[in-house]
Design a binder for this molecule. Sequence first.
Ligand SMILES: [Zn+2]
Length: 446
Amino acid sequence: MAEQPPPPQLWQTVAPVEFGPKLTDKTQSQALLISARQGAGFEVAAGQVSHAIQSRATQILLDFTAAGCAMRYFIDGQWEQLPPLDRETGDAMLFALKQVSLVNPADRRSAQVGSVAVKLKKEKYDLTLQSQGVPTGERVLVRLVAGQIPFDTLGDIGMRDKMAATFKQFLNDEADIVLITAPKGEGLTTTWNVSISAADRLVRDFQSFEDEARPEPEIININPNYYGGNTGITPFESVRKAILKEPDVYLFPEHVDAETFEMALKQIDKAEKKVITRVVAGGAVEGLMRLVAQYPEQRDAIAKRIACVTGQRLVRRLCDNCKIGFQPPPQLLQQLGIPQGRVALLYQPFIPPPIEQQVDENGRPAPITPCYNCQGRGYLGRIGIFELLTPGEQLRDALTKTQDLGRLMGIAKSEGFHGIQTEAVLTVARGLTSLDELKRAFARQA
Ligand SMILES: [Zn+2]
């Protein structure tokens, strides 16, 4: 009998990506690619990166030990184990990845960081490779950042319609400050991008002030002003130049020095201009407190001019194709604070039973085909649960006197601020996520 061919490896099941080494000289870049292609691991690398992107992974973790190359993908905020590569294949793949990322492929011990442009069909990605020798071998983290933010509207990122309409109004008002916040690594760049895109950019002039080393993803009708790096100018000079053009909105995606921020805030009083900025924070009230802590001299101006602050948590979105509805028992609704009769069904993910329990009525094996949409994960993608803080007089006053988060939160609530917990229940009631996922997301950050 003929021997069965081995099953294909994951990297063999997809069309490979194209690598674009970051060399300014095109001829050198071509020469590097030609040489890398001759290596045994080039096809593995191009296929594995493609497979990761198509699995919606944003990170790949590779652990090289004597036993082989263990591999994990980071998908929707969770690590997933993949079948390992044998050591020889893994080594060859890493050699190729290091070559195209412009780090020394022969060095398996030092900490190295490199990057390469990646193209899959028409989509562009930026791949960063970090490697470090460890006692058992080598550990490699590959990050994949999409060139385009894959969301268009505030609704796409999870904000409910009514809040989105209110927030848009704040984005379009004049002579105030809007602050956007998110916990570290929880989608701040995406929310920033989608929020600015939702503002009226056609009739107003938006100027964004960005560190040349960390440029923001492009937004149509937003004019970036770079400082630092090779520009030879400071944030202060960059804003001062822009003021001459009398823009309507000053965007600060990053913390700048006190003088620069003060100059921009003065444009609010002097010329009814607007400032939009962002900070990393666990919630809207905390974010507002952090903004004041970053610019203590501007405390009074911030307290007076802040219009609204967003806060957010990311949760996995239930797969629309396989989520299962259930009638919530009255006791559960009461616990969640949902009035009886308001919500007919809540939803939970469909998780297939263990393979030995996948049998028909006669006990014969009847394996369940995993959902084509989510590959049996029960979730697909992530959305934000948003809170929108609109400070009243008491909170503005307290902001100039205290840095006590508990007290500020209490005042915000007394002024009608709902907070993230209430919004989280609404997200479950809308069928977008499950109670289990809420528990997981909130336990993680409590
Ligand atoms: Zn599904």
